[in-house]
Design a protein around this ligand. Structure first.
Ligand code: PEP
Ligand code: MG
Length: 563
């Protein structure tokens, strides 16, 4: 889901697969029908190639590879050959043959164990949609756009699913929201909608069959609620909510260039967490003072192979260049636990406690060295802060530092340029490190507290397990003591300490974190202004006294006491 309200008229996106004619063809027509299918596949593949070749510079980075996957699926004989058989043997028309084969393939994908492959079922469906559109001779995505467009109301796209290619086309259309029956939080619809700052609700189930072109819709991207033809009273209520939301956003926008300074004059640094290079622009737009966490694993996930040194270098360099002198913190690969590499069949007994993050990288020196070389090469464009995740032992810090040195020597030997313009820090995510923090502070240039994992490991709560999620408690005094201990050690040694877990972006706990002495916060760009607003209304010293008093007695902190 993508936050925000939209009120407008439905513009239904045709799902050709739901509307194809099924008929049998004559013996004499078999060859012509096979050719009709083959030609349509070729045209669809050509359309995709054109999209790839003319990808707008500001399109989300994963768009190119996604379109390439679609093009490859079209070339795969499992689609065309088997559909051709249905035409020859059963005399199905081309559309029928194609959808039948599509159904078979989608079911095969759906039954697969591997998440990545299962998701490819959606790609098959989208690719077939494209070929069906060619077969029908229709080029427009929104069949009745003209008639709907008569009114001056904004338009809301309602679709079964939206392929990456179609999303690129719709991007031009200035739609007020996107609503789809299929998809998940990381589906292309959500990704592109977020990059356009337009509300989206996905996985709605059967909306498309319930809505007609021109119906009045209300979409609430925050709660995922969609209302169809609401009563005038409800509509008025939502118009008010939308206006309030926009007013609040506007008020917050005005804080974009305001300093994040407390009432008693403490300057707080607000940085952004990103997962893909192009999000760096979002971070700048939100007024971030740097990138506090670039989760590099997203370059590695959702693909069958590993990114090359060159590919990684280009991604890291792009962020450094975009941030133009502002600090950029890039975390080395944090894989294992909830994030796995495709094609890596090793499943640990308990992945959260297994070969994860730095442990994984040290066990795969070549993979680690490739990433480190790419990171060092990015220093040619500006300062790079290398952040090592999941550290628990000092010998891991030493091994990581040695690996960085070795990567530099390798670049020297190859005559590839890099500079010494980098610093090395570690994530504080494991209680053992937080408790015995002093040598780590000494050996490293900076620390960043990953509260998401620190909470999981302190409370022995699997962060991905819904059955115990009620026990996942960021406010547990043990967690807060570990955070406070780390911040204090950093303060004493004059080394920066940030928090980059979800807590940093939760405006409800901003005052509490200030009370713990935190001076650097890193969060999703969208959360930045809410947090800044809290900071500008807080009195840091008073908060420190209150929070310290509660923590000394290991008492729970009542957030309402801090407001
Ligand atoms: C964390 O653990 O708090 C963190 C920022 O890392 P991730 O959520 O990627 O594990
Ligand atoms: Mg973590």
């Amino acid at each position: 889901m993508v936050k925000g309200y939209a009120i407008g008229r439905a513009a239904i996106m045709g799902a050709a697969a739901l509307e194809v004619n099924h008929y049998r063809i004559q013996d004499d027509d078999v060859e012509a029908e096979c050719q009709r299918l083959q030609r349509a596949i070729e045209v669809a593949a050509q359309e995709l190639q054109t999209l790839i070749d003319t990808l707008p510079a500001d399109a989300p980075l994963e768009m190119g590879p996604l379109l390439e996957v679609h093009r490859l699926l079209l070339e795969d004989p499992m689609l065309s050959q088997q559909a051709g058989e249905f035409i020859r043997e059963r005399h199905y028309n081309a559309e029928w043959a194609l959808t039948t084969q599509g159904q078979i393939l989608a079911e095969q994908f759906l039954a697969m164990e591997d998440d990545y492959l299962r998701e490819r079922g959606a790609d098959i469906r989208q690719v077939i949609e494209r070929v069906l559109r060619v077969l029908s001779g229709s080029t427009s995505l929104l069949t009745n756009l003209e008639s709907v467009n008569d009114s001056n109301d904004p338009l809301i796209v309602v679709a079964r699913d939206i392929s990456p290619g179609d999303m690129l086309r719709l991007r031009e259309g200035r739609f007020a929201a996107f609503l789809t029956d299929l998809g998940g939080p990381t589906s292309h619809t959500a990704i592109v909608a977020r990059s356009m700052n337009v509300p989206a609700v996905v996985a709605l189930g059967h909306l498309r069959s319930l809505v007609r072109d021109g119906d009045m819709l209300v979409a609430d991207g925050s709660s995922g609620v969609v209302l169809v033809n609401p009563s005038p009273k409800v509509l008025a209520e939502y118009r008010e909510r939308q206006a309030d939301y926009l007013r609040e956003r506007k008020e917050l926008e005005s804080l974009r260039d305001a300093p994040a300074v407390t009432l008693d004059g403490f300057n707080i640094k607000l940085e952004a967490n990103i997962e893909l290079p192009e999000e760096a622009q979002m971070a700048l737009d939100a007024g971030a003072e740097g990138i506090g966490l670039f989760r590099s694993e997203f370059l590695f996930m959702g693909r069958p192979d590993l990114p090359t040194e060159e590919e990684q270098y280009l991604a890291y360099a792009a962020v450094v260049k975009t941030m133009a002198g502002k600090p950029v913190t890039i975390r080395t690969l944090d894989i294992g636990s909830d994030k796995t590499l495709d094609g890596d069949a090793t499943v640990a007994t308990n992945p959260a406690l297994g070969l994860r993050a730095i442990r994984y990288c040290l066990a795969k020196p070549e993979l680690f060295a490739t990433q480190l070389r790419a990171l060092l090469r990015a220093t040619v464009h500006g300062h790079v802060r290398i952040l090592i995740p999941m550290i628990s032992h000092m010998h891991e810090v030493r091994a990581a530092l040695q690996a960085i040195e070795a990567a530099g020597r390798e670049l020297n030997a190859r005559g590839v340029p890099y500079t010494r313009n980098y610093s090395v820090g570690a994530m504080v995510e494991i209680p053992a490190m937080a408790i015995a923090i002093e040598p780590f502070v000494e050996a490293l240039d900076f620390l960043s507290i990953g509260t998401n994992d620190l909470i999981q490991y302190t409370l022995a709560i699997d962060r991905g397990d819904a059955d115990v999620s009620s026990l996942y408690d960021p406010m547990h005094p043990a967690v807060l003591r570990l955070i406070a201990h780390t911040i204090n050690a950093g303060e004493r040694a004059g080394k920066p300490v940030a928090v980059c877990g979800e807590m940093a972006g939760d405006a409800r706990v901003t005052r509490m974190l200030l009370g713990l002495g935190l001076k650097e916060f890193s969060m999703h760009p969208q959360q930045l202004l809410d947090v800044k607003k809290e900071i500008r209304q807080a009195h840091s010293n008073a908060l420190r006294v209150k929070v310290a008093a509660a923590l000394n007695r290991a008492q729970r902190i009542d957030l309402s006491d801090l407001s």
